[in-house]
Design a protein around this ligand. Sequence first.
Ligand code: NAD
Ligand code: DAU
Length: 360
Amino acid sequence: MRTYLVTGGAGFIGSNYIHYMFEKYGDEIRIINVDALTYAGNPENLKDIEGRDNYTFIKADITDREAIEDIFDKNDIDRVVHFAAESHVDRSITDPEVFVKTNVLGTLVMLNAAKKAWENPDGSFKEGKKFLHVSTDEVYGSLSDPDDYFYETTPYDPHSPYSASKASSDFIVKAYMDTYRFPANITNCSNNYGPYQFPEKLIPLMINNALSGRDLPVYGDGKNVRDWLYVEDHAKGIDMVQEKGRLFETYNIGGHNEKQNIEIVNIIIETLLELLPADDPRRKNVGTHLIKYVTDRKGHDRRYAIAPDKIKSELGWEPETMFAQGIKKTIKWYLEHEEWMQNIVNGDYMNYYDKMYGDR
Ligand code: NAD
Ligand code: DAU
């Protein structure tokens, strides 16, 4: 039975990936999920998986070398899928240090532990072992020409402390591939949306604020463009790259779904009004009157857009969920999981919110 070590599996994409993998492979695989349970890690995301015999959760920090080596010593790991990271750009602007620690040092610790466990005495690597580093399109910087896209060959040009830390981690993975022929892949994906996303991010933040009648804080002129992908399509892409991709290669993942932020906010309002029953008390809160243009994010990248040509032509990957369908599914999920959101909002979240948005 193949054993996966997933880092950051209690977060947004990691938990969706674990759900996807068990749905696809059932009892054919075993997953060990290593997560430090930072503010972004939520065991509730995996509630329905907890009882499985082929699933293990280990609370550990990826920067803790001993803890990570211990996991490799005690388990014959075949695949690493490395999600764990500090992921929010706004937080990286106010507190960059933890981004460098987790994203850069944490990735190095993961690479070293896997290398130590997988390396043969002659410097080659045991058959079938693979490491996949999950990265972002933000490493490529910002597109100014409207006809331009991010290709795997686009030079790195990160701007935020978050994207700089992810770029650094990508380069370390690349260095291990180039220097040791360490068996890895890198994927660079565009903005994800879907269930279990922490409400510091645009889409769940706007849904949560609209339902509770709070302002919808749109940064700058609202015309920054992001390229949105339904999270399950990302999970599928990661699995395809690890199973069918050429080792040592980078694959961009994105579904050609560019939207201005203000368009997203308007779609959320329209969809909420469509889905909320007439007698739902939350309905009266929702409307465009909530939109508030606020001080822009520092160094705000203008446009991201992925060219997914390589993953499409080499591996046959294509997004299955179109945005109109995906955003409806996502909003429905948040409406049906009010308690999930409330548990977050009742924690430390409002302190974060007041600090981040208080004087914007
Ligand atoms: P997230 O913030 O929702 O989850 C991150 C997870 O990592 C959490 O469970 C957290 O507890 C864990 N974690 C953080 N620091 C840790 C540490 N030191 N040790 C162990 N666990 C730790 O993030 P996400 O949005 O799910 O992103 C996952 C990965 O995908 C990240 O590497 C991110 O850069 C990348 N990515 C995200 C997007 C997106 O749109 N969200 C797009 C492309 C790539
Ligand atoms: O592109 C991939 C990246 O997408 C990932 O690597 C990151 O981990 C992920 O957080 C995401 O980064 P963004 O900065 O694009 O996502 P965020 O949801 O924070 O913001 C999306 C856009 O919406 C961005 O242009 C900023 C804007 N925004 C965001 C928030 C939270 C607002 O206008 N108002 C807000 O309150």
